[in-house]
Design a protein around this ligand. Structure first.
Ligand SMILES: C[S@@+](CC[C@H](N)C(=O)[O-])C[C@H]1O[C@@H](n2cnc3c(N)ncnc32)[C@H](O)[C@@H]1O
Length: 206
């Protein structure tokens, strides 16, 4: 709860000027969208923030349920990015099953590194359960190659004021590999941080 309060305060005080609330889609995102790896379908945006990415995809024909645990983020998203193909829902990653529907494509941009390490496996399992057969998952997450934070895998994030993780390739693979096959797992520079861009598809037999 305290964590949600923190996110609400950030959105209330800084709103659309928070550094991740970008209007222009980053190069890596545009590249994936244009690559044909995914195509317009029913999608889930987990940790949607103010919904800029979802709006961009809605304009391309995707139908998206956008979830965030911050009611302030969802209020900003609903106000700014209202679109007939978007539905905004206040929900936590702990309870995604409550959505009661399944998807062809799920994406998480910059949420996973805010979960505690012990929450990751349950999260990956939930995402798998929410995907239809053959469904795809895109995750963009902080990489542990961030020399500025030394050897630690967790740091106090100066922007969010929360303990945030830097994930190694091994941690990403062990989190998702039981449920997903990797099409891509590569390091990309984005927003002043090194990230991993992960493109996965749901395994048929887990
Ligand atoms: C760094 S922001 C990224 C927002 C958006 N994906 C973007 O890139 O613009 C992380 C978002 O995840 C949300 N979030 C963090 N932990 C969450 C959780 N356990 N359940 C749902 N949302 C969460 C936060 O409220 C925040 O909006």
């Amino acid at each position: 709860m305290q964590n949600v309060d923190n996110w609400n305060r950030l959105y209330r005080t800084q709103g659309h000027s928070l550094p991740w609330c970008v209007e222009t889609m980053p190069f890596w995102f545009t590249e994936v969208v244009n690559s044909g790896w995914m195509n317009p379908c029913k999608a889930l945006d987990v940790g949607c923030g103010v919904g800029n990415y979802a709006f961009h995809l809605a304009e391309k024909g995707y139908e998206i349920v956008c979830v965030d645990h911050s009611e302030t983020a969802i209020a900003l998203a609903t106000e700014k990015n209202s679109h007939p193909s978007l539905r905004f829902v206040i929900e936590s990653t702990e309870n995604l099953g409550a959505l009661g529907e399944t998807f062809d494509f799920i994406y998480d941009i910059s949420l996973l590194h805010h979960l505690k390490p012990h929450q990751r496996d349950g999260y990956a399992g939930q995402l798998s359960a929410l995907l239809n057969a053959g469904g795809k998952l895109m995750v963009c997450v902080f990489s542990d190659d961030e020399a500025r934070f030394g050897k630690t895998h967790e740091f106090m994030n100066p922007v969010t004021g929360t303990i945030t993780s830097l994930l190694s390739k091994e941690e990403i693979v062990s989190t998702f590999e039981p449920y997903f096959a990797f099409d891509k797992l590569e390091k990309i520079p984005f927003d002043n941080y090194l990230r991993y861009l992960c493109l996965m598809r749901k395994k048929e037999v887990q």
